[in-house]
Ligand binder design. Structure first.
Ligand code: ATP
Length: 589
């Protein structure tokens, strides 16, 4: 691998990360990880964790120790964490947040997690709930546009106590909490929805935040979502300006943990004279930035105003494909044999070497292939790959929602035609030609015996997984996919980020992704949490150079081997494919 120079303007802390080998593991009960017994037990029961993965081994001690040891006047270092897809980044921030907040007395919005899509909001929200419910009193909310704005508002809004409340008979010694009282401790949101609530939800404030977490950071920071970053900065830093004029004689009272209440004016109540406006803002706000592909444009990170930032990078390459791609045209035509050979080779070679130079690291257990085909044969290549015995659950990515829908229709029509044809052929072979002299010839042909029907390949269930569906429909589809009732989801790039479905063993890039980051996230939907996975990128001859350049730019080219489609399979598909194309033409007319 050739070292890649840091792009101009990349700050030293970003260009020179603390590198953690991907093979690092720490046993669940090791005292190197300062986690309470409750949470360890939950790790084992909820996620079957035996060891903490590399990213968790690196980040957990840093965040939890720091959180416990620091005094209220310290500003904690912000962290940028890059680690391969499926390497456990979500728990690397969920566990410290829960550990840190679980003994809180007054609910306040202390942790904000920003992710790019509503589906990811749901996924991260569900993880927090799993680790909070039962063992803690922490409340988690999600802004994912599934509920109405008013419902979301009601879920997070706390009631700011007034002096009348403070003297209420039922509460003779009420705590004084001015503004920003929140019904939730942890909020997971998309940037767009967050911006809307910052603008319109009364008493919704970020001034008590202790954790601002941005997951899939390169994607989130690349989008402008109504200038959300500026707004979030203003909302978390507005009190900092007032701190400068704080005299020190009006230190706020502390809660039972010795932490200041940080009572301050709620956003919705700005303008009301109140001495507490000068109280210290959330003094311990720590920004945690996660992605498999951190932004290479330092300008995006600069917008976050990171304080004393540290870059932690989990890296470990899959085995380098042994020969140049051009020399590998003779790769076995059978995907089974190819994979077995690669598996055996991997076992012989032992753990992969750590590479300190690549930009983007794919999971070590992922095998990547390029597949040369024609535009016409692309759908057939998909069908061939998903009906290979090794493939049980596959995702196929296209460049747009429309392309996904069209491919879904074509594949479904084709699969049906092909299946009917196979069925008929088998039936013809089994049912003897009637002898006109035989009295039994008058009887209708017997249907295919069920025992023989089971020898036919099953008709794959293919589903269009699109952003046009409402979130409830998508969630239902995902549940069926997880249960193994669906074999292929055809989707657009919207689902290439963060989606964690452990049964996915095959990813197919129907269209080339526009950028190397996109490629890494798409193929990263398989080979998660150390499982094996295979990724195939289909391309016509004219696209080969583009793909190679894409991979070369990410120093990833030698991870990709060539897979040759067997021509006999393609020939078998020709007739039913022609019928499916004609039928689709009629539908579109
Ligand atoms: N220590 C562990 N042991 C076993 N499984 C784990 C461990 N940590 C996390 N997992 C599981 O690994 C899977 C992938 O984790 P996660 O979704 O956090 O990956 P990620 O790094 O965020 O990936 P992406 O970059 O694609 O979002 C999840 O199903 C999670 O439950």
């Amino acid at each position: 691998m050739s070292p890649i120079a840091a792009p101009a303007g990349v700050p030293a802390w970003l260009a020179h990360p603390t590198v953690i080998p991907a093979s690092t593991k720490i046993p669940l009960h090791s005292d190197k990880i300062p986690l309470s017994t409750d949470l360890r037990t939950r790790c084992a029961t909820t996620d079957g964790i035996v060891d903490f993965f590399a990213v968790q081994a690196a980040v957990l001690p840093l965040l939890i120790h720091t959180a416990r040891n620091v005094t209220t006047r310290h500003r904690l270092p912000d962290l940028c964490v890059s680690a391969p897809t499926g390497s456990g980044k979500t728990l690397a921030y969920v566990l410290p947040v829960v550990e840190k907040l679980r003994h809180r007395i007054v609910p306040r919005l202390r942790a904000l997690v920003v992710v790019p899509t509503p589906d990811l909001v749901q996924q991260v929200y569900a993880t927090f709930v799993q680790y909070c419910e039962g063992g803690t009193d922490l409340k988690v909310a999600a802004f994912d546009s599934q509920a109405t704005f008013a419902d979301e508002e009601a879920a997070v809004r706390g009631r700011a106590e007034t002096s009348a409340d403070a003297t209420h008979d039922d509460f003779p010694t009420p705590p004084v909490r001015r503004g920003g009282v929140s019904a939730v401790d942890i909020l997971v949101t998309t940037p767009g929805r967050l911006t809307e609530h910052l603008a319109a939800t009364r008493d919704f404030t970020l001034q008590h935040l202790e954790f601002l977490i941005i997951d899939e950071a390169d994607h989130v920071l690349n989008q402008d979502y109504q200038g959300w970053l500026e707004k979030i900065r203003a909302a978390t830093e507005q009190s900092a300006a007032t701190t400068a004029s704080f005299t020190g004689t009006q230190l706020p009272t502390c809660d039972g943990l010795g932490l200041p209440h940080h009572d301050a004016q709620a956003t919705g109540a700005r303008g009301i004279a109140d001495p507490y406006i000068f109280c210290r803002p959330a003094p311990r706000l720590q920004k945690l930035i996660f992605s498999a592909t951190l932004p290479s444009d330092p300008g995006h990170l600069a917008l976050l105003n990171l304080v004393n930032p540290q870059h932690i990078a989990v890296r470990g390459t899959a085995e380098t494909a042994p020969e140049a791609e051009a020399d590998r045209a003779a790769v076995d035509q059978n995907p089974e044999t190819t994979a077995e050979a690669a598996d055996t080779k991997k076992r012989k070679q032992g753990p992969p070497p750590v590479d300190f130079t690549v930009h983007f690291t794919a999971p070590p257990s992922l095998q990547e292939f390029s597949v040369l085909t024609t535009d016409q044969n692309r759908p057939l290549a998909v069908y061939h790959l998903i009906t290979a015995p090794r493939c049980r659950s596959a995702l196929c990515f296209t460049s747009s929602v429309e392309a996904a829908h069209r491919l879904y229709q074509l594949l479904t029509l084709f699969a049906k035609k092909y299946y009917e044809r196979m069925h008929d052929n088998k039936h013809r072979k089994l049912v003897k030609k009637p002898n006109p002299k035989d009295p039994a010839a008058a009887a209708p042909a017997s249907p295919l015996p069920p025992s023989d029907a089971t020898h036919l390949p099953t008709l794959p269930v293919i589903v269009d997984f699109s952003s046009d569906l409402d979130p409830a429909q998508r969630s239902d589809i995902l549940q069926r996919f997880k249960r193994g009732e669906i074999q292929l989801l055809v989707c657009s790039d919207m689902f290439s980020r963060g989606l964690d479905v452990d049964c996915v063993d095959t990813v197919i890039n129907y269209d080339l992704p526009a950028q190397a980051q996109g490629y890494i996230h798409r193929v990263g939907r398989t080979a998660r949490a150390g499982r094996e996975g295979h990724a195939y990128t289909l391309m016509a001859a004219r696209e080969m150079t583009k793909f190679r350049n894409l991979m070369r730019a990410a120093d990833h080219l030698d991870q990709v081997s060539r897979y040759k489609l067997p021509s006999n399979a393609m020939r078998r598909f020709e007739k039913p494919y022609g019928m499916a194309v004609r039928q689709l033409g009629i539908i579109y007319k």
